[in-house]
Design a protein around this ligand. Structure first.
Ligand code: A3P
Length: 319
């Protein structure tokens, strides 16, 4: 029974029936492909992407687990490639949201068509984004030199951000019971894009094995030392700042343009609506480190810490 997902193509129905399946806290069906849980429609898009995507050497892919700072990293990437000049009136970030400028492969492009027309993308180099784990993303990339940038964030802040996001999406007060079920799903590992630790670890290991093509960034580092982190991102993307740009304040301009307060106050993000009918404004909230301390009980925090400790031990990753 495919319920809401009536438009799943026949060949996928067979595949989906052969994969492990489960039901998330909202009663939606998930199935596990290459170690990651997907809603049926997203899985169809993931497989279409793996089958049909032809990378260009210059492609850049922004990756993340949801609520880890994707919007910020997308904006910074766009701003690095389109350096803001004196005024920002005509900057791409003033006419579209970061998610419009850096479209999701599985949630947008391949969800709309099994073979989307990528020649219509406005940016050059092409910019894409994804929540897939690295091994799934990399299947059609083969030996492509394209660049992948990943952002990770303190898991407890991710879960609180998701709770707030979901409540805003459903237009209701954030309820404790929803937070409890998000924490429980995280610990079980059965939730869309999860398990979270496998998503993070795939990119962490990829960045250690292939640092020229996979960059691992942290939300907290970006908050603490934004200047150094944006320089690092620019170097990785092969668009380093020149001395002249550094002296003329180009790094600060980019940070200012992409700050939460600036982006969230742009008309396009205040009033715009995204391809999947979400207000652009929903992607901007507090943007603080350790907001979890205002919401999680000690028991919840300890439970999450124990899972993180178990899953990340030996990896060398501290998050
Ligand atoms: P909070 O809910 O903790 O405020 P994603 O972009 O992956 O959906 O993550 C959303 C989180 O990033 C939200 O965190 C949001 O406020 C924060 N965020 C969005 N834009 C940001 C920016 N320009 N700078 C810093 N944080 C930002």
């Amino acid at each position: 029974n495919f319920g809401d997902d009536d438009d799943i193509r026949t060949e996928f129905r067979r595949l989906i029936a052969s994969l492990p399946s489960d039901i998330n806290m909202q009663g939606k069906k998930l199935c596990n492909y290459q170690g990651c849980w997907y809603y049926y429609k997203n899985l169809q898009a993931v497989i279409d992407y793996q089958k049909h995507f032809k990378p260009l050497d210059t492609d850049i892919i922004v990756s993340s687990y949801p609520k880890s700072g994707t919007t910020w990293l997308k904006a910074l990437t766009v701003a690095l490639l389109h350096r803001p000049k004196d005024g920002i009136q005509s900057h791409p970030l003033t006419s579209d949201s970061p998610h419009g400028l850096v479209p999701f492969l599985e949630a947008k492009l391949y969800a709309r068509s099994s073979t989307p027309d990528l020649t219509k993308l406005s940016s050059s180099p092409r910019l894409f984004s994804t929540h897939m784990p690295l091994h799934t993303l990399r299947e059609p990339l083969k030996d492509s030199p394209c660049k992948i940038v990943y952002i990770c964030r303190n898991v407890k802040d991710v879960l609180v951000s998701e709770w707030q996001f979901r409540s805003r999406m459903e237009n209701k007060e954030a309820e404790r019971s929803t937070l409890e079920s998000i924490v429980e799903s995280f610990c079980k590992g059965v939730h869309a894009c999860g398990p979270l630790w496998d998503n993070v670890l795939s990119y962490w290991k990829g960045s250690l094995e292939d640092p020229k093509h996979v960059l691992f960034m942290r939300y907290e580092d970006l908050k603490e030392e934004p200047y150094a982190q944006v320089m690092r991102l620019a170097d990785f993307l092969d668009c380093p700042f020149t001395q002249e740009e550094i002296h003329s304040g180009s790094v600060e301009k980019i940070l200012g343009l992409c700050s939460l307060s600036n982006l969230s106050n742009l008309d396009i993000n205040k009033t715009g609506i995204s391809w999947n009918n979400l207000d652009h404004s929903i992607f901007f909230r507090k943007g603080e480190v350790d907001d979890w301390k205002n919401h999680l009980t000690i028991e919840m925090a300890n439970k999450i810490d124990m899972v993180i400790h178990e899953k990340f031990q030996g990896s060398g990753l501290k998050i």
